[in-house]
Structures are given as structure tokens and as C-alpha cells.
Design a protein around this ligand. Structure first.
Ligand code: DGL
Length: 273
């Protein structure tokens, strides 16, 4: 940056925008809060499009780029975090091409999982859309070529996390089925590390840990994302002029029932976009 071309100053009230299809991005927000408690946040849940995992690549790419375009125009965030593995593995590159604001994506934590596995067998739980992405193939080839990576698409875990955060009860069979689906694959009895490659899944990590039994470590990308956001905003000033906002693409009873949990994550206002 030259003296003739100084960096544009950032409005201290400009928020961080975290985006997911539902409540999954709250697992990322928790980590962001720890590092940047003073940062104003707008959390966006495209619940009218939930679940992304059951959609096609074209549907997800169009939806995510369109929504993020409208959201950034209207809300002027200083940074956008796509707190969703499905949206990131499919649409991150195209969203980066069209938006000028810095974008932080969510990448399945295969690299750190490969560094800690003792048995060399890693499980990966994600949405059906995420586990088939070439993005995941590339991460596997780059960081886990000498390991065995077993993948399982678990849409019912997304629904379980949503239900848990609304305060609804969840049949524990859901967690047992996910564990069994990885264990049943060749080598599955040796899985000692599970990548939670969907931001909804850290919200049900305790339940998954119980279903898998002892000796299994869980890993997700949320710490790395929070550190990346802190790095990209280093030196910027922050001012929260109103309670942080949760925006949903569809209102209704399910959103109303999420309010206590949103409040617990510092999202004191709720609105429909
Ligand atoms: N939370 C999202 C992810 O990280 C996906 C949930 C869904 O909409 O299917 O992949």
C-alpha cells in the first residue's frame, strides 16, 4: 500500500457476517466469540434452504452466491465467513470471484486429523453433498494419502442438531447409526479420529462421542476459522452499537423456539431477511 493509496478505513460498527443453512454456524460463532468478544456479528441462517446437503451443486452454488451478494450489499460486513462445509466446498471459489469483501470458508479438517490419528484410519462425517466433493478428494490426496479415510453422509445428524438447539428431544439411535455406518466400512473398526465436516456436528459432539465409545477423537475446523478471522481483522477497531442480530430466510415457530439458544450465543435480535 503506498501513501497515495491508503487502506480504506473500516467502519468500527461493520459486522462480521457468519453464514450457514441453519444453526450449524453457531459452532463457529462460539470460537469467534472467544477470540473476538468485541466484534459485532450478524449470523445468517438460510433455513428456507435447509438442508443444503440434499441439494445439487448447481442449486447450492446459485443460492449461496445470490444470497451472499444481497446480504453484503445490504449489510456491509467487513468480512464474510461461510460457516458451512457444504456451501464452502461447493461455492467458495465462485463467491470469492464476485464479492469484494474478504471471505473465510470452512474446510473439512482432514489435515489435522491425519496428523493425530494413531491407527491411520480416519472417519469423516459430513452432508451427502460434502462427502462427494472433489474438494474433499483433493484434501485426502494432499494430507491423508497414506491413511484410510472413510466417509459417511449423515443428513439425520443435521436434523438432530437443529432439534437439540430448539430444545426438542432426539432419538439416540440417530447417533448410533452414524457411528455404525463408519464402523461397518472396511477398516472401520480401527477409526480413532472423526472429522466433523459439517458445522452442525460439533453441536452434538457429546452425543456422538457416546455413540462411538472411548478412544475416538473428534476434530473440526472451527478453531482454525476463528484464528483466520482474527488474523484478517487484526488492528481493526470494533464497536457494537446494537445487540447482535440473527437473520433467517424464513420465520415461524421453529425460529421462535431457537431464541433462547440464539440469546445464549449473544444474538439478542432475531429477524427475517
Ligand atoms: N451446516 C452445513 C455444513 O456444514 C450443512 C447442513 C445442511 O444444510 O445440510 O455442511
Amino acid at each position: 500500500m503506498t501513501a497515495q493509496n491508503p487502506a480504506p478505513s473500516i467502519d468500527p460498527a461493520a459486522p462480521l457476517l457468519l453464514f450457514d443453512s441453519g444453526v450449524g454456524g453457531l459452532s463457529v460463532l462460539r470460537k469467534v466469540r472467544k477470540l473476538l468478544p468485541q466484534a459485532p456479528v450478524i449470523y445468517v441462517a438460510d433455513n428456507a434452504g435447509l438442508p443444503y446437503g440434499a441439494k445439487s451443486e448447481a442449486q447450492i452454488a446459485a443460492r449461496v452466491s445470490g444470497l451472499l451478494g444481497r446480504l453484503t450489499e445490504r449489510l456491509h460486513p467487513r468480512l464474510v465467513c461461510i460457516a458451512c462445509n457444504t456451501a464452502s466446498t461447493i461455492a467458495l471459489a465462485s463467491v470469492r470471484e464476485v464479492l469484494e469483501v474478504p471471505i473465510v470458508g470452512t474446510v473439512p479438517a482432514i489435515k489435522p486429523a491425519a496428523a493425530i490419528t494413531q491407527t491411520g484410519v480416519i472417519g469423516l462425517l459430513g452432508t451427502e453433498a460434502t462427502i462427494r466433493q472433489s474438494y474433499v478428494d483433493r484434501l485426502e490426496a494432499e494430507f491423508a494419502a497414506d491413511k484410510r479415510l472413510l466417509r459417511h453422509g449423515a443428513p439425520e445428524l443435521v436434523a438432530a442438531a437443529e432439534a437439540k438447539l430448539r430444545g426438542d428431544s432426539v432419538d439416540p439411535e440417530v447417533y448410533l447409526r452414524a457411528a455404525a455406518a463408519l464402523r461397518a466400512q472396511p477398516g472401520g473398526e480401527n477409526v480413532d479420529t472423526v472429522v466433523l465436516a459439517c458445522t452442525h456436528f460439533p453441536l452434538i459432539e457429546a452425543e456422538l462421542a457416546q455413540a462411538f465409545g472411548p478412544g475416538v477423537a473428534f476434530i473440526d475446523g472451527s478453531d482454525g476459522i476463528a484464528h483466520r478471522i482474527a488474523f484478517l481483522t487484526e488492528g481493526q477497531s470494533w464497536e457494537r452499537r446494537a445487540p447482535d442480530l440473527a437473520l433467517f430466510t424464513r420465520g415461524g415457530d421453529e425460529v421462535n423456539r431457537l431464541k433462547p439458544m440464539l440469546e445464549a450465543h449473544g444474538l439478542g435480535r432475531v429477524a427475517v431477511f
